[in-house]
Design a protein around this ligand. Structure first.
Ligand SMILES: Nc1ncnc2c1ncn2[C@@H]1O[C@H](COP(=O)(O)OP(=O)(O)OP(=O)(O)O)[C@@H](O)[C@H]1O
Ligand SMILES: [Mg+2]
Length: 303
């Protein structure tokens, strides 16, 4: 397989394609930032990667558009179709856009804010206390999973970016469609609560009531703001709650460069970008692969 980077390490082969959602019910914890960089590094290593933007804020899509434009400035880049139209038409394939070698995306737009309305019009509206809740909801939560199914064999990794709203249809669908979730939280805020309520709420309900086969790959602390030292108390709380073996090894440090991706796209060009990859996202990708080995998703052999 082709790689973007001459120095990409050999990539151990996955036993099956994997869909992963970076999750937390609170906003601004770094979900989109992780989805900007981690899939990019995996694509460089030769994995076939897809990012699906299931957030109407479309922050990931904008960065991917800038990344594509910077990579192929002479190409005429037109977004023919985005998430909402693809979901309405029951096929994600026409919405696929290639960003850089090995990395595709399904872009989102503000119209994806209609996802819940679309589901209700198609499958009905049922409250948790209604008799038909299970029947209605079990159809609604599987929509994205069913749409991913036919394109999944074309990829090694599919990442889904979700909006911050608690228990949104988008996050529920992304979780249901995922083999694993990475639970991200901010070390300086109360977003550990958002992580816990995601696990105890969305994930548990999907698992116990709707048969989701979604596991937690790891808990990933992110230092989003530069307001001093990492809050060790929060980290220790997380370790106590989830167990050290469930935590990613590397905390994502505060890095000003992460904030410029929305303007400059994702690239290794330049001193600060090179440093960001070397210090933060290459080790995070190593950590991810190691965790996948631990849970039996990787056998011997290279990609
Ligand atoms: N490690 C970091 N260092 C510095 N800035 C960061 C870091 N992680 C995220 N940020 C910044 O914090 C802000 C929120 O991050 P991001 O958009 O990735 O979060 P999110 O969870 O996707 O938010 P939302 O829930 O609104 O979608 C962004 O401005 C981003 O650039
Ligand atoms: Mg986001």
């Amino acid at each position: 397989m082709a790689t973007n980077s001459k120095n990409a390490p050999s990539a151990p082969k996955l036993n099956r394609p994997l869909t992963i959602t970076v999750a937390n019910e609170k906003g601004g914890v770094g979900k989109t930032s992780i989805n900007r960089y981690l899939p990019f590094v995996l694509a460089e290593r030769g994995y076939k990667v897809l990012v699906i933007d299931a957030d109407p804020q479309a922050n990931l899509s904008k960065t991917m558009g800038i990344t594509k434009k910077a990579y192929a400035p002479d190409e005429i880049f037109i977004v023919e179709k985005s998430m909402m139209a693809a979901v309405r038409d029951g096929d994600l394939a026409p919405a696929l856009v290639n960003v850089v070698p090995n990395l595709d995306e399904v872009p989102s737009d503000i119209d994806f804010a209609s996802f819940s309305t679309f589901l209700s019009k198609k499958y009905g509206l049922a409250d948790r206390t209604d008799d038909d809740y299970y029947e209605v909801e079990s159809k609604k939560v599987r929509v994205l999973k069913d749409l991913i199914e036919p394109i999944k064999p074309n990829y090694d990794f599919i990442f889904i970016d979700t909006p911050p709203q608690p228990r949104s249809d988008s996050t529920r669908n992304a979780t249901m469609a995922s083999d694993y979730v990475i639970i991200a939280f901010q070390t300086q805020s109360d977003s550990l609560d958002g992580a816990i309520s995601f696990i105890n709420g969305t994930l548990t309900e999907l698992h116990e009531t709707f048969g989701a086969d979604t596991d937690v790959l790891g808990i990933l602390p992110n230092q989003v703001s530069n307001s001093g030292a990492i809050d060790q108390v929060v980290i220790e709380d997380a370790i106590r709650m989830f167990g050290e073996q469930n935590m990613f090894k590397h905390i994502i440090p505060f890095a000003k460069r992460i904030q410029s991706a929305p303007r400059g796209g994702v690239t290794r060009q330049g001193y600060w970008n090179t440093k960001l990859f070397k210090d933060v996202f290459d080790p995070l990708a190593d950590d991810l692969i190691e965790r996948l080995e631990m849970v039996g998703e990787i056998s011997d052999g290279t990609n």
